[in-house]
Design a protein around this ligand. Structure first.
Ligand SMILES: Cc1ncc(COP(=O)(O)O)c(C=O)c1O
Length: 521
């Protein structure tokens, strides 16, 4: 760190300079709870050091509220006013809640009217270790982070001197089995598109005869006209009801809802059927196995006959946006076999399932693959994004083929490292597995009590990655807010649970009680 930066930081800490002290640590307010976001770095260090290394009776965030605090209906008067103001300059039709993050803590999210809700949606499954987490605050206020933010490097050309160290001690520490390299991007859609590009370049390199074979003039000329052979007729195979993002390439592999795709030109790429399983899975093992065999056979047929041959398949371990659709490890092992047999790549999209939510760090760890996937994409809870891989052949044959200005963001990688450390320190993957089991059992009981309200309960043994179908889903989600629970949906009818990794049994109890109340009404 330069001395100017060090002096600037020191002064900022001493004087409460705007942009560092005030914005990161707003003055301690009226609330008696000492929110992490109102904590100085010194206090944050103390908080991290003092925090329990094991789950204690008071939990990971000892000063969390004991339950939701509801003061007004949602949106309340202050939120309504702010929404009106915002709508003049920003489309608010997607808006769920207008939030006060300085007052959000642990598992609880606050709105502008002082309502504090148990959050089991967690920014569309992307907050791993709690709002205002002191360990993240510490990482966020470190000189290394400040430099990464204000001197944002163009990583491909000018990586910072500690980039290898940040990767080795962070992202790569969490790399899936068999993977020792990463290409960083910015969002889940970006991560997938980068992986698709890597797959196409890998395939064409093979077809051309290896990394040393030069491009032909015809290839170079035709590429400039978006024509073959430079822009080859190849594809990425995805599955019905899958979701892989909304940028142009990723959107062509997204098959969840027409509203995501309408009016946008798309590649003519194939989709294979994703198994439509019956729940609970163990009670329908035989027919589910037949359904999976059918889908595997169809996938293989498409791979061998589709006019634009796939260079890769992309698949989610649990289809998330598309409605929380599960398949068994057998299905995924079958996909691995088929992709090997036909020399195409297997990309596992762990953007939503990754980083602990299923009770394993990566959801595909549940499959016991002896032969790992070729690429695993990530984002959301990682805050950073990109794809992991282990095969050197997946590096393009020349520089600048897989490239962009930022190629990710060291600030997000530093944050992911702090998240990984926090997950390890507190054993949060194990916590999620245990809490998930408890929550699932509670929901099973609720499903017995309300069989017409909770249908197709799913996610057993998958941590807190739990969902069910509800005949009045949108009403249930709305009513959940009135009892202080922020909950999301997926697909057309599913209620999906995506709590953070710090969600514990006491939070599950609050959630189950709240659901009981809603389903009675
Ligand atoms: C499985 C999966 N892949 C990709 C994406 C796209 O990520 P992003 O919205 O960050 O582009 C999502 C987002 O929900 C996702 O769930």
């Amino acid at each position: 760190m330069s001395s100017a930066l060090r002096i600037g930081m020191r002064q900022a800490m001493r004087c409460g300079a705007p942009g560092i002290r005030r914005s990161v640590h707003p003055a301690i307010g009226a609330s008696s709870r000492s929110l992490a976001s109102k904590t100085s770095p010194k206090q944050a260090v103390a908080a991290v050091q003092a925090a329990p290394s094991q789950q204690s009776s008071s939990g990971y965030f000892p000063e969390e509220p004991a339950g939701p605090i509801m003061k007004t209906e949602i949106p309340g008067p202050r939120s309504k006013e702010e929404i009106k103001r915002l709508d003049k300059v920003y489309d608010t039709r997607n808006l769920n809640m207008i939030c006060d993050y300085a007052n959000s803590y642990g598992n609880y999210i606050s709105d502008m009217d002082g309502n504090v809700l148990l959050d089991v949606y967690a920014q569309i499954a992307s907050i791993p270790v709690g709002y205002s987490n002191p360990a993240l605050l510490l990482a966020a206020t470190s000189p290394q982070m400040v430099s990464a933010i204000i001197n944002r490097p163009a990583m491909g050309n000018f990586p910072q001197s500690d980039w290898a160290e940040i990767l080795e001690t962070g992202l790569l520490k969490a790399a899936p089995k068999g993977m020792n390299q990463v290409f960083t991007g910015t969002t889940g859609s970006d991560a997938n598109e980068l992986a698709y590009k890597a797959a196409f370049m890998w395939k064409r390199k093979q077809e051309r005869g290896g990394a040393d074979v030069e491009f032909t003039q015809e290839e170079m000329d035709s590429a400039m006209n978006n024509q073959q052979p430079g822009a080859p007729q190849m594809s990425i195979l995805s599955f019905t009801t899958g979701f892989h993002g909304r940028l142009f390439g990723s959107l062509s592999t997204t098959r969840s809802k027409p509203i995501h795709k309408l009016d946008i030109p798309a590649f003519d790429w194939p989709q294979a059927p994703f198994p439509m399983l019956k729940y609970p899975l163990d009670a329908h093992a035989k027919e589910n196995a037949e359904e999976e065999a059918r889908c595997l056979a169809e996938t293989e047929h498409i791979i061998t006959t589709f006019p634009s041959p796939p260079a890769a398949i992309v698949v989610e371990p649990i289809q998330s946006e598309g409605g929380d659709n599960h398949a068994t490890p057998n299905f995924f092992r079958g996909l691995r076999e088929i992709t090997r047999k036909h020399n195409i790549l297997m990309i596992v999209d762990e953007v939503q399932t990754g980083v602990g939510a299923t009770g394993k760090f990566w959801a595909h760890d549940h499959w016991n693959l002896s032969d790992p996937p070729d690429m695993v994409t990530f984002s959301k809870k990682a805050q950073a994004a990109g794809y992991y891989f282990g095969n050197d052949e997946l590096r393009p044959n020349k520089p600048y083929r897989q490239f962009n200005t930022w190629m990710g963001d060291p600030a997000r990688a530093i944050l992911f490292r702090a998240i990984i450390n926090e997950i390890e320190r507190l054993g949060l993957v194990q916590n999620t597995a245990e809490t998930g089991e408890y929550l699932y059992n509670g929901l099973e009981q609720l499903a017995q009590k309300y069989p017409n309200e909770i249908k197709n309960l799913r996610g057993k043994g998958q941590g807190t990655f739990i969902a069910w179908d509800s005949p009045r889903r949108d009403e249930v989600l709305k009513k959940a807010k009135s009892v202080g629970i922020n909950c999301g949906g997926s697909g057309a009818t599913a209620v999906r649970l995506r709590p953070m990794l710090i969600f514990q049994k006491k939070h599950a109890d609050i959630f189950l009680e709240g659901m009981d109340k809603i389903l009675q009404s």
